[in-house]
Design a protein. Sequence first.
Length: 139
Amino acid sequence: MKMMKSNRILCVDDDADDLLFLSQAINDVSPETEIVQALNGIEALNYLNEIKRDNSPLPCLIVLDLNMPLLNGMDTFDRIKADPELLEVPVVVFTSSRNPRDKAHFLKFNVQLFTKPDNVIQFSDIVSNLLSYCRSQAG
């Protein structure tokens, strides 16, 4: 049975400030969007497995940092994409990494990688782009 996606975004980042800025920026643009936060890949996978068990709607988007403790973003991404139930959930990488290999890796999977911005205007542009993933799946 295919679970519908909700207007919920899962943000996975070990930096509490980045999580706060991202959540606030999303809520400013789209107050109806629910933000679920996870501080590392293990928390994110546990949350996703829990909502699958409960047959709850999957998030419309997963925003994933790369540099995290316990389970980094690349390994978290690989586990998400290895799960047939989660395969259709779009993932966007939101990282401070400027490593060209990171970008090249995710390009192979047609996954957009955003470098964390230095200013609020860039943040708003990125959030608008992130929310387009949820709007394109509505209905």
